[in-house]
Design a protein around this ligand. Structure first.
Ligand code: PPS
Length: 147
C-alpha cells in the first residue's frame, strides 16, 4: 500500500487517520458543496469504509460477500464520480506517488487513493470494467445486484 507523503488537518480538527493497514491515508478534506442538481446517491453512503486496492476489490466483488458492500476502492469518499482528466504514468520508483500527493493538495484536485492497475494488470477486462471499478461506489454496485 502507498505511504503518504504529507499530512493534512481535517475540518473537525482531527489529523491523518490511518486505516487498518496503517498505510493508506483517508482523505480528510471536507467534502465540497454539492453541485446544483447533484444527487445524494453520487456520494458514498459509507464515509468510514476502508480502502482496498483494485485487485483486492475485484476478488471481494467476485466472491460476492454481502459484507463487502461496505468497501470502496478509492480514497475519494465524496463528490460526483467522473472520468479522470489526467493519468499519472511512470516507472516504478519514478516518484509518481510524490507527484500525485502534491497535486492532491490542491483543493480542486481529486485523486484515487488506490492504484487501479488497469493498464498493467486488468487491461484485458476492458474500459467498461475500468470505469465501473473506479467511478461507481461499491455499495451502488451491490444494490444494482439486488443486495
Ligand atoms: N523529489 C524527490 N526526489 C528524490 N526522490 C524522490 C522524490 N520524490 C519521491 N522520491 C522517491 O521516489 C520513490 C518512490 O517512487 P514511486 O512513488 O514511483 O514509488 S512506487 O514505485 O510507486 O512504489 C521513493 O524512493 P525510496 O524512498 O527509495 O523508496 C521516494 O523517496
Amino acid at each position: 500500500a502507498p505511504r503518504t507523503l504529507y499530512s493534512q488537518k481535517a475540518a473537525d480538527g482531527g489529523f491523518d487517520n490511518l486505516d487498518e493497514r496503517s498505510q493508506v491515508l483517508v482523505d480528510l478534506r471536507p467534502p465540497p458543496p454539492l453541485q446544483p442538481g447533484a444527487q445524494l446517491h453520487n456520494r458514498t453512503a459509507y464515509p468510514d469504509a476502508p480502502q482496498v486496492d483494485a485487485e483486492e476489490q475485484l476478488q471481494q466483488y467476485e466472491q460476492g460477500s454481502e459484507k463487502e458492500a461496505n468497501i470502496i476502492p478509492v480514497s475519494n469518499t465524496y463528490g460526483t464520480k467522473r472520468l479522470p482528466n489526467a493519468i499519472i504514468i511512470g516507472v516504478k520508483k519514478g516518484g509518481t506517488r510524490a507527484l500525485l500527493e502534491f497535486l492532491r493538495i490542491h483543493p480542486d484536485v481529486r485523486a484515487f487513493g488506490a492504484e487501479p492497475h488497469f493498464f498493467d494488470r486488468f487491461y484485458d477486462r476492458g474500459l467498461e470494467w475500468y470505469s465501473f471499478m473506479q467511478y461507481v461506489p461499491c455499495v451502488l454496485r451491490y444494490r444494482s445486484k439486488g443486495l
